[in-house]
Design a binder for this molecule. Structure first.
Ligand code: GCV
Length: 717
């Protein structure tokens, strides 16, 4: 069998020279020149101190930790826990130009605390475990947090602000994360899998955690990763693939030390470790004859095993389970349902405050393609919605954002609106399995933002972000590997950064997030022409997801990719397979009839108004038309184009846009690090080749099926 990993690898990682991503030294300059006072105790405050010391060593500032009031040094930045003793605070600062003195620092902290008290009284909410405030008063910048993690996040907010964090006076600005859990799932294998390689759907080299069956042992790399994740707000990482193979299963028991070592490295950056476990663990690890969730011996096994996990890793986050899906074992084997299965693990985790993330990605992957009534899009809802209310409090049902599988365009999963009595987490895919595999520029934040703002019950109702915030938060599949740029394509770093930031605040605009990423990654002082760089990166990236959509599968139909590795076009690649991923193109039309009237009935899984909106071709949005309807090629879209002409036009347009990206990137040759420039240039060449391939295959396919020529007489092959 061929290895997908080898098919997609483009460059050999160079472990000696890892790119700093969004934390280059230059991003710390504004902090590094300050006189900094750090107040508080604990591991995370130690991390804050170590970070600012590193910056001040480079840029000439100074740091004091918990000085007594008697020898209070002058400071122009204070990072303090609210519970820590305040610096000396005299009645009023001297008017005039900003000064730096111990007393001014004390005054600034006192002012910030007073404002914080008022703000807290107004909203009736404290800063919590992760919130913080930033204020600027009398020439002193103050970051206050109730808990150490908040101080760490406050520090990274200051890094983002750069010089702007030390500008004019401003009252406290309160920051709290929207999502309590902001999690990355690594689909990393411990052993190299014969088909999927070291990282399933990984496009950035090997794993940063594992290599050839053992821990990779690069502690510095894991620490660097933890820093990057904390800087964008991630606080949980699952360290192994949800497809749990034989070696990976043992991480739960005899290989627990390997997990503990990762936990030790991630902990100083407020990241908790989670583990993907196999539901069959009592059998394959414990030697029991059954994994039946209602069997007392099975419950005991999970309780004892989990106790050992917490004895070794006291802040362990919990388990992640893919059950009864794509060959993974689950409760169905014992005639039980997913609530029985999830509750079993939740019960074992509950005494320690752990959670089980139980994935709703459950469908029949051995479907008969001849059977038009079975609809994979329905599966997650059909399995899970009836179980609403039966899950324990520490079960988080983790739902892929769309009903199929991370396609370039899908509707929002109806499960998100169907389980008010269950904590739901929404799952995204930062790794670009179906969106160009980190060979193509595809900035995904606009897509995620659209999903997070989607209001399934209508415009005035709660959004997807609200459901996640009230439930289990957001989760995404990581796009990181041991590649020197972390993500293969250097511009794909922006997706990882943006995911973290949208978890923290789903209302952030994708372009504003991109600005943050640009400012940090290409720190201003090192840029020859910052405006040109920023403008050009926006021109290349802002609309790149829609560009990708234009030259690949049209109008929400999906899955026209090469089977197995999922890269490049193959319009019929999945059409006659058991995977449930069809487009049903014939000579007359294309698309999947998922209506209640004549199709699979999937539209009925949505609440109003979407049940009606998607049911009718009149009201179904163009971009999802072929997801919900089978229509003739001459069907007129709301855009005024026919379906067939839309296919031709968007495919020509998409390739033109990639050609423009390539030209724009050339302009940046002298403005960015030559190694970054060379890597992106290499990837863009492949993107252009592949986009042309998509255009020509998709256009030729539909021309041959329909016999309808292009209205503009272009070459269709
Ligand atoms: C980890 C898709 C991917 C699989 C992945 C699966 C999942 O089917 O192609 O590689 O398995 O999703 O999300 O579990």
């Amino acid at each position: 069998m061929r290895r997908h990993r080898d098919q997609v690898r483009m460059s050999t990682p160079d472990p000696t020279d890892v790119h700093p991503a969004w934390l280059p030294d230059e991003a710390w300059r504004a902090i590094g020149v300050r006189r900094i006072l750090v107040r508080g105790e604990g591991t995370l405050v130690d991390t804050v101190q170590a970070e600012v010391e590193r910056a001040t060593h480079r840029y000439g500032g100074a740091v004091w930790r918990n000085p007594t009031d008697a020898d209070l040094p002058p400071a122009d930045l204070v990072l303090a826990l609210t519970g820590a003793p305040p610096p000396d605070s005299p009645p009023a600062p001297e008017p005039g130009p900003p000064q730096t003195s111990g007393t001014l620092a004390g005054t600034a902290v006192a002012a910030a605390k007073a404002q914080l008290d008022i703000a807290t009284a107004q909203v009736g909410e404290s800063l919590g475990a992760e919130g913080f405030v930033v204020a600027r008063h009398a020439g002193v910048t103050v970051v206050l947090a109730d808990a150490p993690a908040g101080l760490l996040y406050g520090l990274f907010e200051l890094v983002r602000l750069g010089a702007a964090g030390f500008g004019p006076t401003h009252p406290v600005r309160v920051h709290r994360p929207a999502m309590a859990r902001r999690m990355l799932d690594h689909w990393d294998n411990v052993d190299v899998h014969p088909v999927m390689g070291q990282v399933e759907r990984g496009y950035a080299g090997g794993s940063i955690f594992w290599r050839d069956g053992r821990p990779r042992g690069d502690r510095a790399r894991v620490t660097a990763y933890a820093r990057l994740l904390a800087a964008c707000g991630i606080n949980a990482v699952s360290v192994n693939n949800v497809n749990v193979h034989a070696t990976e299963a043992r991480l739960l028991t005899e290989r627990l030390d390997d997990v503990a070592e990762l936990a030790d490295l991630l902990r100083p950056y407020a990241i908790r470790v989670h583990l993907a476990v196999t539901f069959a663990a009592p059998v394959v690890l414990g030697g029991l004859p059954t994994a039946d969730p209602l069997d007392p011996a099975v419950r005991d096994w999970w309780a004892e095993t989990t106790a050992r996990v917490y004895a070794r890793i006291p802040d362990f986050g919990g388990y992640l389970v893919k059950a009864d899906s794509e060959g993974q074992p689950g409760p169905f084997s014992y005639g039980r349902d997913h609530a029985d299965g999830a509750n079993l693990l939740a019960e074992a985790l509950a005494p320690y405050g752990g959670v089980v993330h139980w994935r709703a990605f459950v469908y029949n992957h051995r479907q008969d393609w001849r059977d038009r009534s079975t609809d994979r899009a329905r599966a997650a809802y059909d399995h899970f919605a009836p179980l609403d209310g039966r899950f324990r409090d520490n079960v988080i049902v983790q739902v892929k954002h769309g009903p199929m599988d991370f396609q370039t365009r899908e509707p929002v999963s109806p499960v998100i609106a169907a389980m008010p009595g269950t904590r739901l987490a929404v799952e995204f895919q930062v790794t670009q399995e179906y969106t160009g595999q980190q060979r193509h520029v595809c900035y995904l934040a606009p897509w995620w933002s659209e999903i997070l703002r989607f209001a399934p019950w209508g415009d005035d109702g709660r959004t997807v972000a609200d459901v996640a915030a009230d439930g289990g938060g957001l989760v995404a599949v990581s796009n990181v590997g041991d590649d020197r740029f972390w993500t293969g394509h250097p511009l794909a770093q922006a997706n990882l950064y943006a995911f973290g930031r949208l978890c923290w605040n789903p209302r952030l605009g994708p372009q504003a997030v991109l600005d943050e990423w640009i400012d940090l990654t290409f720190a201003p002082d090192t840029r020859v022409d910052p405006d040109l760089l920023r403008r050009t990166l926006h021109e290349i990236m802002d609309d790149s997801w829609r560009t990708y959509e234009r030259y690949t599968a049209p109008l929400g139909v999906g899955f026209m990719v090469r089977p197995g590795h999922h890269y490049g076009p193959d319009v019929d690649g999945y059409e006659y397979t058991p995977w449930g991923t069809y487009h049903f193109a014939d000579r007359d039309g294309v698309g999947v009839d998922r209506t209640r009237a004549t199709g699979t009935g999937f539209t009925g899984q949505y609440p109003p108004p979407f049940a009606e909106r998607y049911e009718s071709v009149e009201t179904c949005p163009d971009e999802l038309l072929l997801f919900f309807h089978h229509v003739p090629y001459g069907h007129l879209l709301h855009s005024g184009s026919t379906v067939i002409q839309h296919i031709y036009d968007t495919h020509f347009e998409g390739v033109r846009e990639v050609e423009a990206m390539c030209r724009r990137w050339e302009w940046l040759a002298r403005l960015v690090d030559p190694a970054v420039h060379a890597r992106v240039t290499e990837r863009l060449a492949e993107q252009l080749r592949c986009a042309r391939e998509w255009r020509d295959q998709v256009n030729a396919y539909f021309h041959r099926k329909s016999g309808i020529p292009d209205a503009h007489g272009r070459m269709l092959h």
